[in-house]
Write a protein that binds this ligand. Sequence first.
Ligand code: NDP
Length: 244
Amino acid sequence: MNAIAGKVVAITGASSGIGEASARVLAAAGARVVIGARRTDRLERLAETIAAAGGEVRLCPLDVTSQVEVAAFAAFAQESFGRLDVMVNNAGVMPLSPLAALRVADWDQMIDVNIKGVLYGIAAALPIMQAQGEGQIVNVSSIGGHHVSPTAAVYCATKFAVRAISDGLRQETDHIRVTVISPGTTTSELADSIGDATAREAMKAWRAITISPEAVAASILHAIGQPADVDVSEIVVRPTASPH
Ligand code: NDP
């Protein structure tokens, strides 16, 4: 048995990009994965692919802006496989815009998904992991959690928050591992939701060089695969050729 095999890993935002790649990579390494997102047709296709490759997978419809749904997602993972070893709080949105555009609904959505969704994930997983006496929370932040850039003030604020919350959680527990994954530009659907024309144009140059979501998934795999007394508290993984 390697350190991944048999682990029960719940992944939010698993219908595309980094979450989807993580589900594939972790299942291929022997983890039992529980995948959640709103687009259940995508989850069904992913589950079929994973199962066809011999992996163990369950899917659950999930909107991380609902605390009730996130709690039900963690409970579903525990009921399906008897425990919950890792919660990957990956779901995120990035509708960038200059603050002066006053796209307040976009600010609300980023706060609801990127911050409150992560907090709900922690609230759902922590009691289960405390009862088990072990577990791991993996929160996906960003290089935007390290540096702010124009049009990204609110997005970066949410990703700074993810790092702050994660570090606080890490300090408050001595038996639950806490990992932050901070990717640089990664091929995914993340920029598709940018409604503001200025930000959309700026992002074309910013996102010209990307790494694959599988590269980020490999970092998550690495962090989970460490021995229980080793906490990889943060990995920043970015394209070699990118200045960002
Ligand atoms: P994608 O847009 O491809 O994936 C985002 C995922 O989040 C989707 O599966 C989407 O599923 C899910 N999601 C969005 N809103 C909700 C919601 N309310 N409830 C549940 N799931 C939701 O982008 P990425 O894979 O790139 O993004 C994954 C994470 O990586 C995000 O946190 C992002 O901020 C972070 N990141 C990405 C980078 C990049 O360059 N791609 C760089 C740094 C960080 P659905 O719509 O089906 O619900």
